[in-house]
Design a protein around this ligand. Structure first.
Ligand code: TEU
Ligand code: CA
Length: 568
């Protein structure tokens, strides 16, 4: 268990941190080209400081052809010129540190861009060459190798293999891409790949970054022989979309292979060889929770995203079960758990929790639900209640830009402006993830795409992904002075969390407040109640510290959460 845990402030920061995810393209544009950049982030550091977060995680900022918005990396040792280049990145790290904020960057080890010099070299080399060995090239099946080597599908749609033209002008080998075809999978059995990533970690650690978010941390190794996958019972129930087929929870020959752990053991040694508490957090879509625990064993990495809440319905018993599973699985290895309700890959929590979008691999991802049924007020209340829950539960929390403004999913992006590779690769069946990536509305007026750009002449249509006309209602500007705004609700919650020594990592106790209420207490007489059912009476004489919505006297309404100081 969590015995021997040092007090907050004396233990590593990542055990308690609230990390704010910045989707760099959509955060703030400092030079009027309609694309978010590092200058934009620098200009908003004051906003982030006032918000009260502990760390920022910046999505991939490397040079990239942007076929998957930076998750297709062309050079891991530089920064995209459109984002401001390396010098800007160094300034940002320094300025964030001056404000006491940690900086986590994204690292993408499962695949590179097809424009990476390694992949270009592989295309220009012969089958069997050392250049090709850095990736996963295979002969095709069929008489002339015209069929893909196996039946694996790309997560975004279509087959996971693409055939190349050899130097003699003929169709030849196939290469594996679990995501877009511009994202060829690396071969982690190749020692040059292993060494290069160690150098990449050191390069950025030398520049002062505090941690890494490891993209597709459960990918990397593939079962030898690359066996076909079998049709699962989940596909029979939820249909045969690629997302279901590739992401359904039963074991797959390309996810969560034993080999990944050796990589993280060696990365841990590198992190530990630097001063300060440098860390890594794994994006590993593996289940059950006991499998995730294996990534955060004491000699592996420090943290993993806990995606349980991305696939949960707004139901008390389900939430309670997921909290128990998450905490007990990680307690065995001594790692803090983490809480995630939003990121750049999923429908925003406001919509998800209101519309009951849940199933990983199907509803949450591929269908955005019937937006016409969305009850904005109820969705906002539920999302805010979820936030109070996440910030009060043991461990750390990851927030995603815009949730502090109560942004809903954007469903009315014109089809010809959709950019997620899932749109095209699904044969235009799946609108993909753009709806949670629309540029942040900093100002109420449409000028500068609602203040996304510091160039007031930039129109919404000129932003890389256009905000809809109603976007200004959610702006930071319009919420700044409103005591009841979502923004000020987040600020207050984060300020309370910072000063409450019992929050963050550490034990919790369940409170029995009836089947429809999730309630728990933390050290120091702190209690959190989330009401999923009919209005309930709160314990008498317990002062309210914060709530997600109005309370009527001593009663906690439906869908509302409250933080209390328990009566002695
Ligand atoms: O995502 C990995 C992943 O499997 C999913 O989150 C996936 O993106 C989604 O279910 C299908 O659309 C990571 C990144 O977070 C994501 O943005 C990248 O597109 C992906 O890796 C490839 O690098
Ligand atoms: Ca820009």
């Amino acid at each position: 268990m969590i015995s021997g845990l040092a007090p907050r402030g004396q233990r590593p920061w990542w055990r308690d941190a609230v990390t704010y995810q910045i989707y760099i393209r959509s955060f703030a544009d400092s030079n009027g080209d309609g694309i978010g950049d590092i200058g934009g982030i620098r200009s908003k550091l004051g906003y982030l400081e006032k918000l009260g977060i502990d760390a920022i995680w910046i999505t991939p900022w490397y040079p990239s052809p942007q076929r998957d918005h930076g998750y297709d990396v062309a050079d891991y040792l530089d920064i995209e010129p459109d984002y401001g280049g390396l010098k800007e990145g160094e300034l940002l790290i320094r300025e964030a540190h001056e404000l006491g904020m940690k900086v986590i960057i994204d690292i993408v080890p499962n695949h590179t861009s097809d424009q990476h010099r390694w992949f270009q070299g592989a295309l220009n080399s012969q089958p069997g060459s050392s250049e090709r060995d850095r990736y996963i090239f295979r002969q095709g099946k069929g008489v002339n190798g015209e069929l893909p080597p196996n039946n694996w599908q790309a997560v975004f749609g279509g087959p996971a293999w693409k055939r190349v033209i050899e130097s003699d002008g003929r169709a030849g080998q196939w290469y594996l891409h679990l995501f877009a075809q511009e994202q060829p999978d690396l071969n982690w059995e190749n020692s040059e790949v292993v060494r290069h990533f160690e150098d990449i970690l050191k390069f950025w650690l030398d520049k002062g970054v505090d941690g890494f978010r490891i993209d597709v941390a459960h990918g990397l190794f593939k079962e030898s022989g690359l066996p076909d996958i079998r049709r699962s019972w989940i596909e029979r129930i939820f249909g045969r979309s690629n997302l279901t087929r590739m992401l359904s929870p039963e074991h797959k020959p390309f996810w969560d292979q034993e080999g990944v752990h050796q990589v993280y053991r060696s990365w841990r040694k590198i992190l530990d060889s630097y001063p300060g508490d440098r860390m890594a957090v794994a994006e590993a879509w593996v289940s059950p929770a006991s499998r995730i625990a294996r990534y955060v064993r004491s000699d592996e990495i420090q943290n993993s995203f806990n995606f349980e809440m991305l696939t949960s319905l707004w139901k008390a018993d389900e939430i309670r079960k997921r909290i128990n599973n998450s905490i007990s699985a990680l307690a065995e290895v001594g790692a803090p758990t983490s809480w995630v309700f939003n990121n750049h890959d999923v429908v925003r929590s406001l919509d998800r929790l209101d519309l009951g979008l849940a199933n990983h691999g199907d509803t949450t991802f591929s269908r955005q639900g019937d937006g016409s049924r969305l009850d904005i007020a109820r969705g906002t209340l539920r999302a805010k209640s979820a936030t109070l829950m996440a910030l009060a539960l043991p461990g750390c929390t990851y927030l995603y830009q815009g949730e502090e403004l109560g942004l809903p999913e954007v469903r009315d992006i014109p089809e010809d402006r959709l950019t997620d590779p899932r749109w095209k690769m699904s044969n235009y069946a799946d609108r993909g993830r753009d709806g949670c990536r629309v540029p942040i509305p900093w100002k109420s007026s449409p000028r500068g795409a609602f203040g996304f750009s510091n160039d007031e002449n930039l129109t919404a249509e000129q932003a890389w992904l256009p905000p809809s006309p109603w976007w200004g209602e959610y702006s930071a500007e319009s919420q700044e002075d409103d005591p009841n705004s979502t923004l000020n609700f987040y600020r207050k919650a984060l300020a309370i969390r910072k000063n409450e020594p019992g929050l963050g990592d550490g034990p919790m106790e369940w409170i029995d407040a009836g089947g429809q209420v999730v309630a728990f207490s933390r050290a120091g007489g702190f209690a959190c109640y989330i009401n999923f059912g009919k209005e309930i009476a709160l314990p008498k004489g317990s002062p309210v510290l914060h709530s997600s919505g109005p309370l009527s006297e001593n009663f906690l309404p439906t869908d509302t959460a409250v933080w209390l100081r328990e009566k002695k």
